[in-house]
Design a protein around this ligand. Structure first.
Ligand SMILES: N[C@@H](CCC[C@H](N)C(=O)O)C(=O)O
Length: 285
């Protein structure tokens, strides 16, 4: 079966995108397709699969599947890529529009300079902070801020934030020493997070600057995670390492994002998106 695709990335977080304004695909093929296309040796190579689809409640809809075939609720880098594609390929005809995700509807704004898409800003909505809504197990339903989180004999402290998808944020003194590969996969599947969790390590450089590394649920280490960068900025503010209403530059492996949590409880994300290739995939189902 031949499937037309677009490969795009946001700061190196790459996905294979299918434009379902052009064709349809069976629901029960999606998890397998995500696993296949993501494989760098036998597929195309990506962090997962994203569907750009017609929506009844927004100009565009987006669904994200991780490398392991699991479906995520939202994807910050995917939203900026979806917005760029929708604008450049004529799905929308104005630079401000809504995108439906499984976590709700967000608003994207394309910043055009000299006729070309420069950055994209997305209003990612309000962070979700109550423990049960992350979801995270525990005795109360308060916010999880710098809470003791032991793993074996390692004494960590976690701040938990949902941006529509769950994030566990840990502060470290030196980002180069962050235990990304040792603890990322263990925390991702820790039973205290019943739906699994994306794991972020953060080094605070100043009130306006963070270093960031991520182990993504369902995909492992990636170059960048947009919802993770939003969660990191929110966690920094909750821990008094940064301030609301100010722009925070998050340095990810693949580049920088600008994040602001404003006085109306909205989290804004600004950064780039790029089209890498278009082609036809031979689906082996
Ligand atoms: N890379 C993404 C997040 C993708 C989904 C995530 N792994 C999950 O399962 O929640 C981003 O840029 O936000």
């Amino acid at each position: 079966m031949e499937i037309p695709y677009i490969k795009m990335h946001g700061l190196g977080n790459s996905y294979i995108y299918l434009d379902l304004f052009q064709f349809e695909i069976e629901e029960d093929q999606l998890a397998t397709l995500a696993q296949e296309v993501s494989n760098v040796n036998t597929g195309i190579g990506s962090d997962g699969l994203i569907l750009i689809h017609p929506s009844e409640v927004a100009e565009v809809g987006m669904r994200i599947f991780n490398k392991d075939g699991s479906e995520g609720m939202s994807c910050g880098n995917g939203l900026r890529c979806t917005a760029k594609y929708a604008y450049e390929y004529g799905i929308v005809d104005r630079p401000n529009f809504k995108i439906e995700t499984k976590a709700g509807i967000v608003e994207a704004e394309i910043l055009v300079e000299e006729g070309k898409v420069n950055d994209i800003t997305v209003n990612m909505g309000s962070p979700i902070l109550n423990r049960s809504a992350i979801p995270m197990l525990g005795d109360d339903d308060k916010h999880v801020i710098n809470e003791r989180f032991a793993i074996g004999d390692r004494d960590l402290h976690v701040t938990a934030v949902s941006m529509g998808n769950p994030h566990a944020v840990y502060f470290v003194d030196d980002i180069e020493q962050a235990p990304l590969y040792d603890l990322g996969p263990i925390i991702e599947k820790d039973e205290r997070f019943p739906e699994g969790v994306n794991v972020e390590f953060i080094e605070v450089l100043s009130e306006n600057e963070l270093n960031f590394r991520v182990w993504e649920r369902g995909s492992g280490v990636t170059q960048a995670c947009g919802t993770g960068a939003c969660a990191a900025a929110v966690a920094s503010i909750l821990n008094n390492n940064a301030r609301k209403n100010e722009t925070i530059t998050v340095h990810l492996l693949g580049g920088d994002l600008q994040i602001k949590w404003d006085e109306n409880d909205q989290v804004w994300m600004t950064g780039g998106a790029d089209i890498i290739a278009t082609g036809v995939y031979q689906f082996h189902i």
